[in-house]
Design a protein around this ligand. Sequence first.
Ligand code: BMX
Length: 295
Amino acid sequence: SVCLAVDIGGTKIAAALVDCATKQIIDRHQIATPQSQQPAVFSAALVSLFTPFIANADFVAIASTGIINNGILTALNPANLGGLNRFELVDDIQRITKLPTYAMNDAQAAAWYEFISLTPNNNTHNMLFITISTGIGGGLVLNQQLQTGARGISGHIGHTVVDANGPVCGCGRQGCIEKVASGTAIGELGSALFKRPCNGQQVYQLALDGNEDAISIIHSSAAAVAELIANLTISLDLDAVVIGGSVGLAPHYCEYIQQYLNEKPELYRPRIIPAQAGGDAGLLGAAHWFARQES
Ligand code: BMX
């Protein structure tokens, strides 16, 4: 069968046809995520993205930012979705495509793909996937089982606190790691420092060009992620942590994380692995996860 895999992120929405037998991407398109609180604007964008694919797909597998519970997307941090709070994801896409439709969280999907991509028999029992992108997301595989959570929340590590006196996050809590270390946060810190609007990518480029202030912003982000990894490793006995997302996979970011982890005692240092599927981990994870349900 052929799956229409969809990855809804805070910055872009990707759609691809995936051959379920070979697990290869046949065709892929992406658009910018609409910045509107209106569900109708979101639906309209999805219609145009899906139209070329529908005739060739047997079912739809979605990996989406936000908490996915019973097919409904609820934003933990609505700021990541242009203020959109709630979206009837599965019903809406089923109405558009007239195909069986399934959905899960984006980082959970990517975690699953990265887990099954690890070389077999390499003794990985507990693995965490972290995406550092528009937000910071996570997916946990414990005892080789993906944890989705009874309410879909499992793995939302972006909303653990790293600075109790820090800025207020879009989720309502103060000092979440997402508010201080995500791509969005990197852009906000850079804008304040350079006194002009810049996004995370521009700040990252400045760091690559050798700007000391930008370098320190990127280092603080990687240091915060390293602390989080150490905390979760000692809590959950993690063997491996896979890093993804546009920031996580940017040049040197993983090395910085590793550098900060190397300062810690050995028990706090899991294996750090850059996502093997790069930006396609979410698409491929959802396709794999729901292909089992379809067959
Ligand atoms: C946020 C949250 C997570 C998501 C993570 C990464 C929302 C809308 N999203 O913490 O569900 O996994 O961002 O998302 O509350 P991305 O868009 O950066 O890939």
